[in-house]
Design a protein around this ligand. Structure first.
Ligand code: HEC
Ligand code: HEC
Ligand code: HEC
Ligand code: HEC
Ligand code: HEC
Length: 427
């Protein structure tokens, strides 16, 4: 039986607990959570709601709640474990309770400031937190259905000089996803925190040798949360001038037309091997008994997308899968290797021992497997790069690594970032 920590109940035991719950429950407000967001609120019941639509001991045919639960329990939302990131600056995306606080305050009131804690920030930490779950993304009791909790448009910030905020406004579901899958503005490397000075803002125009970039943190990036969304919108990388133009794939056009959202690919029809698509949110998964990954591409092969020549993950020359991914993986690893090559790095980084320079967490070693260096950039040991624009390649390497789709999100943009970063390091 799947371990349940969330609501502390099983649907099978529903008959008994519904009676108990009903006797203890008054009809609550149907609107957003009240002022005291320190406790998880279930937001009361809609008038006339029929409990058995969802909690029926015999049949679960309307919403297949039990199935969704089992899928959800295989998702990173439930099992990723990072809901322990429950302080005021993390809880807004990492916990159900923090997200509900943001919802009750109104997402449209969130503002962004790159040099101060801002954006998805909570008034308090939530030590008794739960991971993002059914009631985070839906409000099934107050609405008596599973519509997404909030589908308002979202501003997606960028920390790159010269770029401006873009709006994510696609499907209702994806407008929900990007309320958390956006850059972490609650802490950025651009504000001075404690004794750590502000780090360099990535800026492709600072090409003079007197322009020096100092990086004081190993978190010189958008957290892992912003990159897929920025990439789909076609920005967020440092657009170094170079041989390959910065264009976008058709996916970006479709996002702009509001016809493609995260859920189309990440909540696709579940494959027979079960732990993929749907409420697992996984494209990549391990089929039972297998140690190499499989991919659920049901979302690609639908009418209007790739149905006439379906994407196949087993065809080694599939132009929309293997070819794209192999090319991006090879170029990512080439870029990472160049940044571990002391004959290249000593031209523009201090200390000139190259690989030994304090680097950004895991970035290059994760791709090249080279972990002969382990120091992280810090206030005592900053990574110093001159001209500062040479830091762009390091930014782009992280942007591409944390974009996590090997170019599927937006092949043309990712390829341009890679080609032009490699060309710049070859200069
Ligand atoms: C639209 C679907 C839906 C309807 C209708 C519904 N529920 Fe639920 N309810 C859920 C879901 C989903 C959960 C979370 C299940 C889980 O994660 O195990 C839940 C959880 C609960 C819980 C557990 C909360 C906790 O804190 O442990 C109780 C109690 C509950 N429902 C009572 C009711 C009662 C009583 C009614 C009718 C007045 C009702 N529900 C109607 C979907 C629904
Ligand atoms: C309440 C904030 C929130 C919302 C809304 C949200 N996510 Fe997430 N998502 C997270 C967090 C936090 C993690 C990491 C969980 C962990 O590590 O504990 C995550 C992890 C993931 C992962 C796994 C990443 C990995 O490589 O491990 C995928 C895929 C994902 N989310 C997709 C989605 C999609 C698609 C949607 C919209 C349907 C969505 N998320 C909505 C917060 C959210
Ligand atoms: C803007 C929403 C948001 C905020 C604020 C946020 N996170 Fe996250 N975080 C995410 C999402 C989304 C993921 C999963 C992304 C993925 O894996 O693709 C994640 C993943 C993580 C991970 C797992 C991946 C990794 O880097 O090892 C850790 C750890 C983490 N966050 C720590 C924190 C901490 C600590 C804070 C507060 C200082 C914080 N997060 C604030 C959205 C956020
Ligand atoms: C990270 C956000 C997220 C979480 C957590 C989540 N859902 Fe959903 N759910 C969605 C989105 C987004 C959709 C709509 C998908 C679409 O538009 O294709 C959806 C759709 C549904 C539907 C289908 C609605 C319909 O009318 O057919 C059901 C049922 C559902 N969710 C139940 C659940 C249950 C039960 C849980 C908890 C076990 C849960 N969801 C947790 C995001 C979430
Ligand atoms: C066109 C299809 C498509 C869309 C739209 C899409 N993704 Fe992805 N995504 C992928 C593919 C393919 C992968 C690669 C899976 C792999 O190699 O692990 C991926 C990987 C990811 C991962 C790593 C976890 C995983 O499933 O492997 C995260 C996190 C992620 N995407 C987030 C998002 C978010 C957030 C959105 C919406 C803003 C989004 N994606 C929209 C196709 C898509």
């Amino acid at each position: 039986m799947v371990k349940k920590i969330f609501w502390g109940i099983t649907i099978l035991g529903i008959g008994i607990f519904v009676i108990a719950a009903m006797s203890g429950c008054k009809e609550g407000p149907t609107g957003p959570a009240g002022k005291d967001a320190s406790e998880s609120t279930l937001e009361g019941f809609a008038p006339g709601i029929k409990c058995a639509t969802c909690h029926n001991p015999d049949l679960d045919t309307t919403y297949r709640v039990l199935t969704k639960e089992v899928q959800y329990e295989a998702s990173s939302h439930f099992e990723g474990g990072n809901f322990a990131r429950n302080s005021f600056d993390c809880a807004g995306c990492h916990t159900n309770e923090g997200f509900l606080e943001r919802y009750s305050k109104g997402f449209t009131n969130e503002t962004f400031n790159p040099i101060a804690p801002s954006g998805p920030i909570c008034n308090q930490g939530y030590p008794n937190a739960s991971p993002p779950g059914c009631f985070t993304c839906h409000s099934p009791h107050s609405r008596a259905n599973f519509t997404v909790r909030d589908s308002s448009v979202v501003n997606i910030f960028t920390l790159v000089a010269g770029q401006t905020t873009k709006q994510w406004n696609s499907s209702n579901a994806s407008n929900l996803c990007v309320k958390c899958h956006q850059p972490r503005m609650t802490s950025t490397f651009m504000w001075k925190s404690g004794t750590t000075p502000a780090s360099w803002q990535p800026d492709p125009s600072k090409t003079n040798t007197t322009d020096t970039a100092k990086i004081y943190t190993s978190r010189w990036n958008n957290h892992v949360s912003g990159e897929p969304t920025q990439t789909l919108l076609g920005f967020g990388g440092v657009e170094i001038p170079g041989p390959t133009p910065y264009n976008n794939s058709y996916h970006t056009t479709l996002v702009g037309m509001r016809t493609l959202g995260c859920e189309d690919c990440h909540m696709a029809t579940v494959n027979s091997s079960n732990q993929n698509g749907g409420h697992t949110f996984w494209v990549r998964y391990l089929a039972s008994g297998s140690t190499s990954p499989s991919y659920n591409v049901n979302g690609c092969n639908v009418t209007g997308c790739h149905s006439s020549s379906p994407v196949s993950t087993s065809n080694a020359s599939d132009p929309h899968w293997a070819q794209v991914r192999n090319e991006i993986i090879a170029k990512t690893s080439q870029l990472a290797s160049m940044m571990m090559d002391t004959t290249i790095t000593k031209k523009w980084s201090l200390p000139q021992s190259g690989k030994a320079v304090p680097w950004v967490t895991l970035t290059a070693s994760a791709v090249t497997g080279d972990s002969t260096w382990s120091a992280n950039a810090s206030s005592l040991q900053p990574l110093v790069i001159f001209p500062a624009s040479k830091a762009s390649a390091l930014w782009n390497l992280q942007q591409i690594q944390y974009e996590k789709s090997h170019g599927i999100h937006n092949y043309k943009y990712v390829k341009a970032l890679l080609d032009n970063s490699i060309a710049d390091l070859n200069k």
